[in-house]
Design a protein around this ligand. Structure first.
Ligand SMILES: C[S@@+](CC[C@H](N)C(=O)[O-])C[C@H]1O[C@@H](n2cnc3c(N)ncnc32)[C@H](O)[C@@H]1O
Length: 490
C-alpha cells in the first residue's frame, strides 16, 4: 500500500514519479494569495519564513519566466480545450497574478487527470477569490459532464469582523470525477430538527409545537440524514487539540468525510499540496494508501512528526529533493546515502555506483570531461553532510585526487568551510585545460547553501556533449536554478 511523502514541486513529482491511472481520490488545497502572510507563508521553529515557500509563492503569483514557460507547455499539450481556455483567460486577464496562478493550476490539473483512475474523484478546495475561474478550468480538464458538486464548507464558528460586507465564513470545494463510473458512498449525519417533526403532541385535538420556557422552538439531533452539499464543520481554532500551528491546516473531519465518500479501504488518496498532512493523516486513519507532496521541508517534517505521533507503528517513505538549507539538513540527518545522491545531483554528477563506493574510497560521485582531444579526464566529488568540517577532510580529498589520477575534486559541504580548509584547497593548485586555455582550481569547495541559491558553482567545461546524457540533463536543471556555467553541453 502506498505511504509516500514527497518533497518537491508537485508538477515534477507528478510527471516523474506517479503512474497514469494509479490514484483513486485527489484532494488539493492549493495556496491562494487571499492574504499573503496568513494563507501561504508560515514560519520555521526558528521563526524564519521558508525560502522554498517564498519562492513557490513568487513563482505562483507573478507573471515571470516560470509562468511563461508553463503557458507554452499548455499550448503544446493534447487537451485543446485547455489550450483554448487558457488563451481566452490571457485575453481577459492579461499577464497578472491571477493569470500566473491559473497557468500553474492548469498544468497541475492536467497531470492530476492523468494519474486518476477512471473511477476516481477530485476535490479542489478553493474560495471565492478564484473559484469561478477554477470551475471553468476543471470543466475543460475533466469535462463539464463530470462535475458533481460545488460543496460549501461553512465554518460557522469563525469570528469575522466584516464591516462593509457580509463575513465570508465558507470555502468552496469543487468535486469532479473522471467518469460516471466513480466510487461514491453516501454519508449520513446527525442533523438538528425541530422537535415538532418527531413528537406529536395532541393537546385538545390541536397539534402544538414543543417549545422551551421562553417560547422558542426546541431542536434535537436526529440520525440518518444524508449529507448534502453544505457542510457545517467547525474550522480549527488556536486552542483546538488538532491544531499543529500551521496556518492553513484543515480539520480532520473535513478530510475524513471526503475520503469516506469517494474511496474505499485500500484505495490510494493523493494530496499534491499536502501542507501539514491532514489528508494523509485522515487516509492513514481510514486505512487508505496515500501520497502527499509539498514543496517545503517544513511541511514535510511536520507531517513526519505528525504521523509518527499518531501512528507510531506504521512506517512510510519520504522521497525527493530538499529545496532549502533546512531541507538539506533534514535529509543529511535522516538519510546519509540519499543526501549524498542529492548533493551529487546538485553539481550535475552521478552518485558513485562503482565497487569502491564506501567510506574508505573517499569518493561519493565521479564524472568524466573531455576538455581537449587528449582523452577523458576524471572529476571526483566528496560530499560532507556533517555539522562540522575540518582541514583533514580537504587533505583526504587531495590524496584521492592523486590516487585516482583525477584532475579536479569537488568538496561539497553542508557546513561552511573553515579558513584553513580554504587555504588547504588552494595548495592543490590549478588544472590547466589546454582545450579552453583556462586554469581551474583542482580542489573546489562548494557549500550546499551556495549551490542552492546559485551563488556557487563548479568551474570546469566539457567539449564533448555526448558524454553522459543523464548528467547533461541534470545540468540543464542546474542552469535553471542559476548555476549557470557548469556547462556539460557546451
Ligand atoms: C493551503 S496549504 C495546504 C494545507 C493543507 N490542506 C493542510 O491541511 O495542512 C498549501 C500548501 O501547498 C504547498 N505548495 C505550494 N506550491 C507547491 C508546489 N508547487 N508543489 C507542492 N506543494 C506546494 C505549500 O508549501 C503549502 O504547504
Amino acid at each position: 500500500m502506498n505511504r509516500d511523502l514527497y518533497y518537491g514541486d508537485n508538477l515534477d513529482v507528478l510527471r516523474n514519479s506517479i503512474a497514469a491511472a494509479s490514484v483513486d481520490l485527489i484532494y488539493l488545497d492549493p495556496p491562494f494569495n487571499s492574504k499573503r502572510d496568513y494563507n501561504l507563508l508560515f514560519r520555521s521553529p526558528t521563526g524564519q519564513e521558508s525560502d522554498a515557500q517564498i519562492t513557490a509563492f513568487e513563482d505562483t503569483w507573478h507573471w515571470g519566466e516560470q509562468a511563461s514557460r508553463e503557458y507554452q507547455q499548455l499550448l503544446r499539450q493534447p487537451n485543446t480545450d485547455v489550450a483554448e481556455l487558457i488563451q481566452a483567460f490571457e485575453k481577459f486577464l492579461h499577464h497578472n497574478d491571477v493569470m500566473a496562478y491559473l497557468v500553474m493550476m492548469a498544468n497541475r490539473l492536467l497531470e492530476l487527470h492523468r494519474v486518476l483512475k477512471p473511477t476516481g474523484s477530485v476535490y479542489l478546495h478553493c474560495d471565492p477569490t478564484a473559484s469561478h475561474y477554477l470551475k471553468i478550468l476543471l470543466d475543460a480538464v475533466f469535462g463539464k459532464e463530470n462535475f458533481r458538486n460545488e460543496i460549501i464548507w461553512y465554518y460557522y464558528n469563525k469570528y469575522s469582523a466584516g464591516t462593509h460586507s457580509f463575513a465570508k465564513n465558507f470555502d468552496q470545494i469543487l468535486f469532479y470525477t473522471k467518469s460516471h463510473r466513480h466510487v461514491f458512498n453516501p454519508i449520513r449525519e446527525l442533523r438538528d430538527q425541530p422537535i415538532r417533526q418527531l413528537v406529536r403532541e395532541n393537546v385538545g385535538g390541536v397539534l402544538k409545537n414543543r417549545k422551551d420556557e421562553s417560547g422558542r422552538v426546541m431542536y434535537r439531533e436526529v440520525a440518518d440524514m444524508k449529507v448534502d452539499a453544505v457542510w457545517r464543520i467547525p474550522c480549527l481554532q488556536p486552542a483546538s487539540r488538532e491544531m499543529l500551528g500551521y496556518p492553513t491546516q484543515k480539520p480532520l473531519a473535513l478530510l475524513e468525510r471526503i475520503i469516506q465518500a469517494s474511496s474505499n479501504e485500500g484505495d490510494v488518496v493523493l494530496d499534491p499540496f499536502c501542507g501539514c498532512g491532514t489528508t494523509v493523516h485522515a487516509a492513514e486513519k481510514l486505512k487508505r494508501g496515500w501520497i502527499g507532496i509539498d514543496i517545503t521541508h517544513l511541511a514535510i517534517s511536520l507531517i513526519e512528526k505528525r504521523l509518527k505521533r499518531a501512528f507510531p507503528t506504521n512506517s512510510f517513505n519520504v522521497h525527493g529533493t530538499p529545496k532549502d538549507l533546512d531541507g538539506a539538513r533534514d535529509l543529511a540527518w535522516r538519510d546519509k546515502d540519499e543526501f549524498q545522491k542529492w548533493a551529487c545531483s546538485l553539481v550535475g554528477v552521478q552518485h558513485y555506483q562503482g565497487k569502491k563506493k564506501g567510506a574508505d574510497s573517499g569518493i561519493d560521485g565521479q564524472f568524466f570531461i573531455e576538455d581537449d582531444n587528449q582523452g577523458a579526464k576524471k572529476i571526483v566529488v566528496s560530499v560532507k553532510g556533517d555539522e562540522h568540517v575540518g582541514v583533514s577532510m580537504v587533505r583526504d580529498l587531495k590524496a584521492v585526487l592523486e590516487r585516482e589520477k583525477a584532475v579536479i575534486g569537488l568538496f561539497v559541504t553542508l557546513a561552511p568551510p573553515t579558513r584553513p580548509m580554504v587555504t588547504e584547497a588552494a595548495t592543490a593548485g590549478l588544472y590547466h585545460s589546454a582545450g579552453y586555455n583556462e586554469d581551474w582550481s583542482r580542489v573546489q569547495i562548494l557549500t550546499i547553501e551556495g549551490l542552492l541559491n546559485g551563488s556557487e558553482r563548479p568551474i570546469f567545461k566539457n567539449m564533448n556533449p555526448a558524454l553522459g546524457s543523464r548528467q547533461a540533463k541534470r545540468e540543464s536543471n542546474l542552469r535553471h536554478r542559476g548555476n549557470v556555467e557548469m556547462a556539460l553541453d557546451e
